[in-house]
Design a protein. Structure first.
Length: 349
């Protein structure tokens, strides 16, 4: 897994996300209240530990004034909610059940990437007319006045199971869409941050490459200048060689004349004839050496010409590279601007 992939997975640490970090409680409270009023279902939203994060909406007098009024009744309600919440978490969907006091409740899990972070508890309705004997028994078990308890249960609204399930599904869909939207927004913001960081790093690298290309281009220009100097020196050497060749030719003629004069002098000119012969030999050797030197300088000149040609090609390549880097840098600047807009949109959403 690459470092970028790891960073992407760590954009949001789901183990630290709380329900209150995700949902706008003011919005949720209003939605919950309006929904409870419109449908006739009580509801409350709790966190993963069962602590309420909203105020109860449309709780019945049967539950608030009686069932929760005693320690036994309150503990039974907590246990009933716990079991309902666990079943909802297990399935990942709303779970409709009968509570310990005989009312129909539901638990709608609030999930984030497969992890439960809270639950919407609701219901406090009936699907059929109450059986008073049943509630008289429950009243005695939890320690409340049975007559008042049965009067309170008469006020409980009766709904079909289908309507209860539909209502639970609506709350579940809305709450989970809120969490998904929050998660997508924050993940988008995190991705924009990583993208921005990557673009910044690439831009810095491109600037270094551009600076390097400029330096290479400058050094290449200096090299071309030095090569031109070598070329000039080669021309000067050729001039000197031509001068030496002229001297060798004149020396050869001088030796030839000396040999003629020595021959005319007879025996008296024998020694001078030997010197003249040596002069002619020296002239011949000098001429051969000059030709070799000239051949060497010609090869140097060819090599210099090839080097200049290659240098010019390198210069063109570095100039094209610098131009390409500038284009890429401009594109990165535009991408950086877009990533900032992306981050801004994710923050505002």
């Amino acid at each position: 897994m690459s470092n970028r992939t790891t960073e992407m997975n760590n954009v949001i640490d789901l183990s630290k996300v709380k329900l209150t970090d995700i949902i706008d409680l003011e919005f949720l409270q209003k939605f919950q209240d309006d929904f409870a009023t419109g449908i006739g279902l009580a509801s409350v939203t709790v966190d993963l530990d069962g602590n309420p994060v909203t105020k109860p909406s449309k709780y019945t007098r049967f539950c608030m004034d009686y069932t929760h009024s005693t320690d036994i009744g309150d503990k039974r309600c907590a246990e009933s909610h716990r079991r309902g919440g666990e079943e909802a978490a297990r399935t990942g969907k709303p779970y409709v059940y009968e509570c310990h006091a005989g009312l129909i409740d539901f638990a709608a899990p609030i999930m984030l990437e497969g992890k439960q972070i809270g639950t919407i508890l609701g219901g406090q309705v009936l699907t059929d007319s109450p059986e008073f004997e049943k509630y008289e028994k429950i009243a005695k078990e939890i320690g409340v006045d049975s007559d008042a308890y049965m009067e309170a249960v008469k006020e409980v609204k009766t709904l079909s199971k289908e309507r209860i399930e539909a209502a639970a599904n609506v709350l579940w869909i809305v709450a989970n869409n809120i969490t998904k939207t929050w998660y997508d927004q924050h993940k988008l913001g995190g991705m924009a941050g990583i993208l921005n960081e990557g673009i910044t790093q690439i831009s810095a690298t491109m600037e270094q490459m551009a600076a390097s290309a400029t330096e290479v281009n400058h050094n290449q220009a200096l090299l071309n200048k030095e090569i031109q100097n070598v070329n000039t020196l080669t021309e000067q050497i050729n001039e000197v060689i031509d001068f030496i060749k002229e001297i060798a030719d004149e020396t050869r003629l001088l030796g030839l004349n000396a040999a003629i004069e020595a021959a005319k002098a007879g025996e008296a000119g024998l020694g001078f004839g030997v010197v003249a012969q040596e002069i002619r030999k020296l002239s011949s050797d000098s001429k051969q050496t000059v030709n070799k030197i000239k051949e060497f300088t010609l090869n140097i000149k060819k090599s210099v010409s090839k080097t200049v040609e290659m240098a010019n090609s390198t210069t063109d390549a570095t100039q094209q590279q610098a131009a390409a880097i500038q284009e890429v840098s401009a594109g990165l600047e535009e991408m950086n601007s877009l990533s900032e807009e992306l981050d801004s949109l994710a923050t505002k959403a």
